[in-house]
Design a protein around this ligand. Sequence first.
Ligand code: LLP
Length: 404
Amino acid sequence: MHYKKKKLFIEKVNSLKIVRKFGTPTYCYSLNKLKKNILDFQKNFKSLSPLVCFSVKSNCNLKILKEIKKCGVGADVVSKGEMIQALKAGILPKKIVFSGVGKKTEELKFAIKKKILLINAESESEVFEIERLAKLKKNPVNIGLRLNPNIDANTLKKISTGKHEDKFGLTEKTFLNILNKFKNSKFINIKCLSVHIGSQITDFKPYLKMINVLDKIIKKSKHTFDYVDLGGGIGIQYERKTKSFNYKRYNSAIKNFLGKHNVKIIFEPGRSIIANCAVLFSQIIYIKNTNKKRFVILDAAMNDLMRPALYGAYHRIIPLLKTNKKNDQMHDFVGPVCETTDKFLSVAGFQNLKEKEFVAISDVGAYGMSLSSNYNLRPKPLEIMVDNKSLKVILKRQKLLNII
Ligand code: LLP
């Protein structure tokens, strides 16, 4: 994404052409950025030869999953729907891991039938349920146990997952109990120790703590694991002031860990692969000035991009056409939905905008479209992919007729 003669380009395509042709709100992805991110991720952890499983919840577009699959990446899924979508994209079952605290019997049955690599269980009841289903099938099932390491990931409070007050994973005591209970089971093979401490983590230190906890519990358990699934969570720079993640330090801590434990590492990245590959184009419907601020009312809303309303998350907004005129007022970029939290950004001063102009909301590739809804009976937006000079619709705009 860059400006050429003041016009915003996505790869080699002028974004103004996209919005004029396809309308707004529209998610627009860069294929080459996606490929680069995957390559960078693989390079950063090359010495570990890990299995990388893309976290489908961050983006479940079929075309995107197909591209990810082409790069040799597997899938981390959390529902039957995501499993079907990953399989449809051609991802092999032996590269699929299944996480989640509330997997229903039907979902477990499907995972067992498809012989996916691992079901990462998060409660004792779930392990019993998997054993029951495995017995019915008369075939053992490979599972992972997700540990809750009680670590603060220093991230947005609402997306932390690795502390005892969070619903995820097993306490150390239950973890060790389950290992003990199932060690002679003919139907349950506990192959993996899995963990995921949160999302948008930009500091490597919580990961070092996490590895330390894993090291200790493996030693304590005396169990031989084939895999250690470290989850996802690596953050990106939504704001320029955010420090970029120190991959080197994380990589060397894992390398050190592998010196003590002979296991295969699994990663489940979502955001770090897809977040900065996309923008959400939107048109300004009206501008409303009040004594206090200037409301820029967009045609995109919280149903299209939920993160700011849900977590107070920050997404930079930029114009499609740059000008030199500035307006120093306080700007609130809001959507048309009838909720006060339907606001994308408050910013002091912006270039002087006019009604009908277009803007792009940045870094929306992860948990953007996948979290969208039909709230206020608004159809979901269109998704487009740019590859160099070419453009492809990768998901059609939802029709009102289909939701009414
Ligand atoms: N593995 C597990 C078990 C997870 O729960 C998650 C994300 C991931 C992997 C991928 O994490 P990532 O690499 O994308 O950080 N909707 C929130 C984020 C929720 C993350 C949920 N779990 C947001 O928009 O910030």
